[in-house]
Write a protein that binds this ligand. Structure first.
Ligand code: PEP
Ligand code: MN
Length: 335
């Protein structure tokens, strides 16, 4: 980390502080300014304390440190291998499926249709984090079994959301990607446990979380050894209430610049209304997203959760056609 400090007496106070903590440093000086390079390899420093010293006029931004998610550590885009498909930045990956698994017939009907239309991965929730405890909570373990049957029958990789550490055994070796929902982005014990497995993780941005906080949550996964991490923008809370959340499209180029991890976008939960899903999907691809996660239901108005924001089969088909054109326009392909 680099600091620029004004005046010798200010510099000396900082050097005393560093010497007390036995942190190595180098000082270069110009006529009036001191350039202090600190080698805090053991992470002993609190940046806020350093900044509070008098005379500090610049400090390397926190995100410039060589975190595991950072392009400073690894510049090439991360590639995530699944059983019959690979997620990379040259292709747009489409995840589609119902919000929740309701029964075998519903799941199979949707799976066949989205596969035929070209979705690469099937999504469906078995454990549902619902705002109201009176709303449908998902089929739990039974739902995951139905999803796994679907994966085998239709040869579609599957993704489902884990809501608690106690479910880990049900997910490992059964789903291809484990989703960490917006509400659990900062469940650090869950992240630590998921860092110890190799199953790819799709980490959703919390609705009240900054890009920096999202990246630090990803760091928990990477630090423990799980390199298969996908980040997903899914809308944040703002004062605007004409959509369910506000899709932060600018997070896409910001994240693509900072990190080598794949960036996905879930427009369905962001806008909360199927009518806006298409435009936000196309915008997300145009802005550089590597993939989309779309809620699709064969009878959206009868869905047990998030029907209003789910595309029907015909609308999903239309969306795929348009996505292909936008993908091509930005030099990518949809297989
Ligand atoms: C979901 O994808 O089913 C979901 C609950 O999303 P989020 O965590 O973004 O609200
Ligand atoms: Mn949903």
């Amino acid at each position: 980390m680099t600091l620029i400090v004004k005046e010798k007496q200010n510099l000396n106070k900082i050097l005393d502080y560093l010497n007390n903590l036995s942190i190595p440093y180098k000082v270069n000086s110009t006529k009036e300014l001191y350039l202090l390079d600190i080698e805090d390899t053991k992470n002993l420093l609190d940046e806020k304390i350093l900044l509070s010293f008098e005379g500090v006029i610049y400090m390397t931004p926190l995100l410039d440190k060589p975190f595991l998610w950072s392009r400073k550590t690894k510049n090439e885009d991360t590639i995530i291998p699944l059983n019959h498909y690979t997620i990379d930045s040259k292709h747009i990956t489409i995840i589609a499926g119902p919000c929740s698994i309701e029964n075998k017939e519903q799941l199979n009907t949707i799976a066949v249709q989205v596969k035929n239309i070209g979705a690469h991965i099937l999504r469906a929730g078995a454990f549902k984090p619902r705002t109201s405890p009176y709303d449908f909570q998902g089929l739990g373990k039974e739902g995951l079994t139905l999803l796994e049957q679907c994966k085998k029958e239709y040869k579609l990789p599957i993704i489902s959301e884990i809501t608690d550490l106690s479910q880990l055994d049900l997910f490992v070796d059964h789903v291809d990607i484990i989703q960490v929902g917006a509400r659990n982005m900062q469940n650090y014990e869950l992240l630590k446990a998921l860092s110890k497995i190799n199953t790819p993780i799709l980490l959703k941005r919390g609705m009240g979380c900054t890009i920096e906080e999202l990246l630090f949550s990803a760091e928990y996964l990477l630090k423990g050894g799980n390199n298969n991490v996908i980040l997903c923008e899914r809308g944040i809370k703002t004062f605007e209430n004409s959509t369910r959340y506000t899709l932060d499209l600018s997070a896409i180029p910001v994240l693509k610049k900072l990190t080598h991890l794949p960036i996905f976008v879930d427009p369905s939960h962001a806008v909360g209304d199927w009518q806006y899903v298409e435009s936000m999907s196309l915008a997300a691809i145009a802005a550089g997203a590597d993939g989309l996660m779309i809620e699709v239901h064969h009878t959206p108005l009868c869905a047990k959760s998030d029907g209003l924001q789910s595309l029907n089969i015909q609308h999903f088909h239309q969306l795929m056609q348009k996505c292909k054109k936008i993908a091509q326009a930005v030099g990518k392909e949809i297989l």
